[in-house]
Design a protein around this ligand. Sequence first.
Ligand SMILES: *Cc1c(COP(=O)(O)O)cnc(C)c1O
Length: 396
Amino acid sequence: MLQGQWIKRGEKVIMNTYSRFPIVLNEGKGTLVRDVDGKEYLDFVGGIAVNTLGYGDEELTEALYDQMKKMMHCSNLYWNMPGIEVAEILIENSVFDKVFFCNSGAEAIEGCIKLARKYGKMVHGEHCYEIITMKQSFHGRTMGAITATGQEKYQKDLNPLLEGIVYAKFNDYESVKDLVSEKTCAILLEPVQGEGGIRPAQREFLKKIRELCTEKDILLIYDEVQCGIGRTGNLFAYQTYEIPPDAIALAKGLGGGFPIGAMMAVEKAVLALKPGDHASTFGGNPLACTAAKVILNALLKQGILKNVKEQGEYLREKLENLKEKYDLVSEVRGIGLIQGVELSVPAGNIINACIEKGLLLVGAGTNVIRFVPPLIVSKAEIDKAVNILEKTLKEV
Ligand SMILES: *Cc1c(COP(=O)(O)O)cnc(C)c1O
């Protein structure tokens, strides 16, 4: 079998920073993907909430091919048309006034951290630089983003971390309020915590934080890197909650598999940035922006958000059924097509057994199985996936 040989070659030359499943993925179509030996999987990981339209979407690949032939990159010394077009779509369909493009989620968070500090200093003075983030959060792996991440396991041996970040308890308004001082310039949170275990914010929690931020003139920043771009049934998770932030970080699903990230913000925050304040060589390149344009148009015009609402509800029902039937399942959480099944035992063995049976799943924290399939997933595919999971639960 080729797969074992490829893995051996990889282990020799690629840094050992991931605990990978022993699978070499090679090609896919829709929600199906095949490894290098030809074994087929139903993919409910979707590149970790990245492959918005699944694999091999024709419109996406053709648009990329056409753009690639014209121009892949031009620097931000100049304007490019796909960048302007995709920014227009994002602004027209959100509360935000301006976009900054980058290449990943962590970079979008770094942009938000810089924006928050510049805003604090502009509006309140030199002393105003502190950012409140949440425990169990995840914001990425750069030094700023890892400091914002409220989980010590990711910060181990990286000291000293960035100064001026403090952690509140998610869904506990008093713990946030207690940390607010004249030093606070922003509150950063995920409307649905992803890596931390698929934990949706309570609406009341967000509402009170929104009011607090408005009252104190503090920026409210949402990390929608995982839960944005259609996943909750609206283009943005803040639209599902109907509680808008002042700035937002996006990435993962935005390019449908092509790397692109973005930070957006409302006018009052954007005023804190001047030419020269922030930059990215690859940020907003015409190829990445062409991908994002196809994804956003598909979500907004091709009924995909409706599919997320329908299939999200269906998946949720099926998972709740499992909870009724199996003591092992302790809770089902999520919104739309970002769902988590919490088990009373570590999820690893069950995930591995599902993979063996042809269903790709991934954990979120130790005890939670995460479901973030492509947003084009069908009812029949959900049936198939949940059947595989049920069969596995029966065997335990
Ligand atoms: C994945 C993720 C990030 C980091 O994104 P990268 O593209 O890996 O840098 C940040 N925030 C959230 C909520 C994420 O899920």
